[in-house]
Design a protein around this ligand. Structure first.
Ligand code: KIV
Length: 271
């Protein structure tokens, strides 16, 4: 929320209305001020300060090592660049599982120290108490089901989840429980498109898909992936809208050669 009584234009209520109208929700990640400013001005509805920062910002193999302090740093930077979009911040691994009081304390730190609008939590029934406790404190929660990267060591792979009936049924039950607990939206990651459609049609709150087909109420991608800054991650669901890896590499090589050959700076670029 910004000052002078002006709540950011996209609210959790607005997202529900978008679902009711059939208007799709565009969500992207951001982790820093400059990127968030561009993403917000381009009309993205929801900006996720994802714990994928562990991968694309910090270079970790999984999302597990990122800490609450690191997430707060990223979220603060993002919030300063956003005027319109709803800002959602991931609660990182180890800050909400198993103890709903710890979960509430973590969510309160995010809200107080970053001025973001809401938090996101991975999981269903097993983290329901934490979700309820956070929501009862007035903090909006986005759920996250399907492939939940914080559980990578339990899954063993980043493959598509809920292909089997039992896991699909559990996912539908979890989605309904999260909705009942008061979540304002749910991310569905890497599940069959038909299941995502079923979940979306069963809920009154919006679903946001990543690798979950076209029937979800919105889509989310990691900004570094869709801009092609990363070039070593190519799952089927990822559409690259630019090849910034090449653009950046060429620009930097050009700069290096200009410096070496004393082409930069020239007469006009000095005082
Ligand atoms: O951390 C993240 O970027 C996410 C998205 C992939 C949904 O959780």
């Amino acid at each position: 929320m910004s000052v002078a009584g002006s709540v950011r234009a996209v609210t959790t209520l607005r997202l529900t209305e978008m679902k009711q109208r059939g208007e799709k929700i565009a969500m992207l990640t951001s982790y820093d001020y400059s990127t968030a400013k561009i993403v917000d001005a381009a009309g993205v509805d929801v900006i996720l300060v994802g714990d994928s920062a562990a991968n694309v910002m910090a270079g970790y193999e999984t999302t597990l090592p990122i800490t609450l302090d690191m997430m707060i740093y990223h979220a603060r930077s993002v919030v300063r660049g956003v005027n319109r979009a709803l800002v959602v911040v991931d609660l990182p691994f180890g800050t909400y599982q198993g103890n709903s009081k710890v979960a509430l304390d973590s969510a309160i730190r995010i809200m107080k120290e970053t001025e973001a609008d809401s938090v996101k939590i991975e999981g269903g029934e097993e983290i329901l108490e934490s979700v309820q406790r956070i929501i009862s404190a007035g903090i909006p929660v986005m759920g996250h089901l399907g492939l939940t990267p914080q559980s990578i060591h339990k899954f063993g792979t980043y493959n598509v989840r809920a292909k089997e009936e039992a896991e699909a049924e559990k996912l539908i039950r979890d989605a309904l429980l999260l909705q009942e607990a008061g979540c304002f939206a749910i991310v569905l990651e890497k599940i069959p498109a038909a299941l995502a459609k079923r979940v979306t049609e069963s809920l009154t709150i919006p679903t946001i898909g990543i690798g979950a087909g076209g029937a979800t109420d919105g889509q989310v991608l990691v900004v570094h992936d869709m801009l092609g800054i990363t070039n070593d991650f190519s799952p089927r669901f990822l559409r690259r809208y630019a090849d910034l890896h090449t653009v950046m590499s060429e620009a930097i090589s050009h700069y290096v050669s200009d410096v070496k050959e004393q082409e930069f700076p020239n007469e006009k670029e000095q005082y």
